[in-house]
Design a protein around this ligand. Structure first.
Ligand code: GUN
Length: 645
């Protein structure tokens, strides 16, 4: 959400560009909540300037919702000069009552020399600082954009973002990316955007300046962009080009209209070709806006459903250079993982080898690499999920045996299943999200097979006395190990105690399971589904297992045990004195009262709420991740389950 004095905007949002003089399309009939126009063009035209100064920019462009204005930087980049100073353009934007103004940044072109980029950047930063100080000194009402520049040098983009973050601007656009988009340099666009956003505060919206092609929206939102502006809708229309999420179509090549919007339903390509230029341009522009807003709705729904990355992978398949960009996201999986909620409504769908680099897979593999290992490792063949339900004693008969001389000590062995896309899944935790809530076809592409092979080869080296053969990779479907088919001792698969402890370790950290579930355990199951529901220790409820994702929801005693086992600040959110009584009463925690929190907290995690002395006040579910909790000054951070009074 972006709050302005002319209303609140739902993000991600698209701002149609309004030409202050030539505008023919009424953008209000679409989903338009906010528009952008150019303050410099208004300033340069005497008639427009007088009208804007006397009646305000909203009247001038006939839009009464939030209006953002640009400063003339674009003209600066095209003509090399503008006849307005930074201070003047700030003052002018406030005078015409814009909601969001912009300082006079210098858009340094991609691939510029590093010397020139640094020179430009110095000026951009000085002007951004001057603008913020001027705004504060004059007590201006308008919000302020501070634009991230730095050409195609990731380190300069990050530096610029760091410096701008200190300024307390209201929005952080990412500038000078239009040439990258025009030239299909999407891979470089990913580097530019990721090196910028990963150094910007999470609470401040990011605008990808000049991004108006709908095929880019999903990717840009996945990278953390919240706002787009579209001049493309009219510029493409003037050139008889249709925007779609599959790319751009030229009218001269069309036999069929490209979508099912109102324009495409009511006209044929021949109708349009027969029209006067002006009427045709208007209709194509309307189509372009329809498609763009429709795509943003799809993106917002994907965020709600938790399948934005599936959408990105789908959209990026429309152009090889976009697929390249999607693959470039691999480099940033750790950054993206922070923002990926631990649990989602939707199952994980594998759409290709790119899916193996998604945050869910990285997170699982990191967990595996850091888990408490038993002495031996047995890798079982892939079967139906959840594996623990379908693998049974008779399967062992089919296994390869690789010359182990000794019997397995089952209690001292990790049993894992070979899996796509999660590589290896410990049997005990195979019902936890998303390890069983996922779908993949039979894989046959080299990239995926190599990825899984490499991980497994690397992983088994961690087992000092692994029983596994390095010949593991008769991939997918062939069992590998020396389990003695005759052994009566196959209880490991059905052992609920082992299972609840392993899930607790996976969810809360190594060793938690033993501690959380120590004592005389009673594990209650649903009569209907047979799934574990409640776990008691010595007659006291410790935790409930959520049916949808098999993670634990702690009960009071469980929270106390977790608190006494884990060292500060692990699994904790620390609140200030003002918030303490509310937390104790079981009221939700707001971000602004949080003093500290565990860096590993992700959205949807179960967390402990403590005061500065580490007294346990309450426990609940995180609604945000660590970065967001620490950065946001409004809104709920933790939905408290229970307080300790
Ligand atoms: N519009 C497109 N790119 C830019 C940019 O880098 N800066 C500004 N101010 N506006 C833009």
């Amino acid at each position: 959400m972006l709050k302005t004095k002319h209303g609140t905007v739902k993000t991600p949002a698209l701002m149609p560009v309004i030409h202050p003089k030539k505008q023919k399309i009424d953008v209000k009939k679409f989903d338009t909540e906010i528009v952008i126009t150019n303050a410099y063009l208004v300033y340069k035209d005497e008639e427009l300037r007088e009208k804007a100064l006397s009646e305000g920019i909203h009247k001038l462009i006939n839009f009464d919702g939030p209006v953002m204005t640009d400063s003339g930087s674009f003209q600066l980049s095209v003509y090399g000069d503008v006849d307005i100073s930074n201070k003047e353009v700030i003052e002018f934007q406030e005078a015409i009552k814009t909601d969001i103004g912009t300082s006079l940044d210098i858009p340094t072109a991609p691939y510029e020399t590093i010397e020139k980029t640094k020179e430009d950047l110095k000026i951009t930063l000085e002007r951004a600082k001057e603008a913020v100080e001027y705004k504060e000194a004059k007590n201006m009402e308008m919000l302020l954009n501070s634009v991230v520049q730095g050409s195609t040098y990731p380190e300069l983009r990050s530096y610029c973002a760091d410096e701008l973050s200190k300024l307390n601007a209201d929005l952080y656009p990412i500038g000078a990316v239009v040439p990258l988009m025009e030239n299909y340099k999407y891979r470089d666009l990913v580097d530019v955007v990721m090196s910028s956003v990963s150094h910007l505060p999470d609470s401040t919206p990011r605008h990808l300046m000049g991004a108006g092609h709908p095929m880019l929206f999903a990717l840009a939102v996945a990278m953390g962009c919240d706002l787009f502006d579209s001049a493309a809708y009219i510029l493409y229309a003037e050139d008889d080009r249709f925007l779609t999420t599959r790319g751009t179509y030229k009218l001269e090549n069309l036999q069929e209209m490209p979508c099912s919007c109102e324009i495409c339903n009511n006209y044929t390509p021949d109708d349009l070709r027969a029209m006067e230029k002006e009427e045709r341009t208007k209709l194509i522009a309307e189509h372009n806006l329809n498609v763009s807003f429709a795509e943003l709705r799809v993106v917002r729904q994907a965020i709600i459903d938790g399948d934005l990355m599936e959408l990105v992978e789908e959209r990026c398949r429309v152009h090889p250079m976009l697929l390249d960009a999607c693959r470039q996201l691999d480099k940033y999986t750790d950054d993206l993982e922070i923002y990926d909620p631990r649990i989602k409504k939707s199952a994980f769908f594998y759409t290709g080898s790119e899916s193996l680099r998604r945050p869910e897979v990285t997170r699982h593999l990191n967990k595996l690499k850091n888990m408490d290992k038993k002495r031996d490792l047995v890798i079982l063949p892939k079967s139906r999920k959840p594996y623990s339900k379908y693998i049974n004693k008779s399967d062992f008969g089919d296994f390869y045996t690789y010359g182990s001389e000794r019997d397995l000590d089952l209690d001292n062995t990790d049993f894992m299943v070979l899996d796509v896309p999660f590589c290896l899944i410990p049997l005990d935790i195979d019902e936890v999200y998303p390890l069983s809530q996922n779908e993949s076809p039979k894989i046959n592409d080299i990239d995926s097979i190599e990825f899984i092979e490499n991980f497994i080869s690397e992983f088994i080296e961690y087992y000092d006395q692994t029983l596994i053969s390095s010949k593991i990779i008769d991939l997918l479907g062939i069992g590998l190990y020396n389990i003695h088919p005759d052994s009566d001792n196959v209880k490991f698969i059905k052992d609920d105690e082992r299972k609840v402890k392993a899930i607790a370790d996976y969810q809360f950290g190594n060793g938690v399971g033993e501690f959380l579930f120590e004592g005389n355990l009673k594990i209650e199951k649903s009569k209907k589904t047979g799934k574990i529901r409640h776990i008691y220790s010595n007659g006291t409820l410790i935790a409930n297992m959520r049916a949808s994702d098999s993670f634990f929801v702690l009960a009071k005693e469980g929270a106390k045990r977790l608190h006494s086992f884990k060292a500060f600040p692990e699994n904790r959110v620390v609140v200030n004195k003002d918030s303490e009584p509310f937390a104790r009463e079981g009221k939700s925690v707001f971000s602004k009262f949080v003093l500290d929190c565990d860096i590993n907290i992700r959205s949807k995690d179960e967390v402990l709420i403590v005061n500065e002395d580490d007294e346990l006040l309450a426990f609940g579910k995180a609604l945000l991740n660590h970065n967001e909790i620490m950065d946001f000054s409004t809104g709920q951070a933790i939905k408290t389950r229970k307080g300790f009074g």
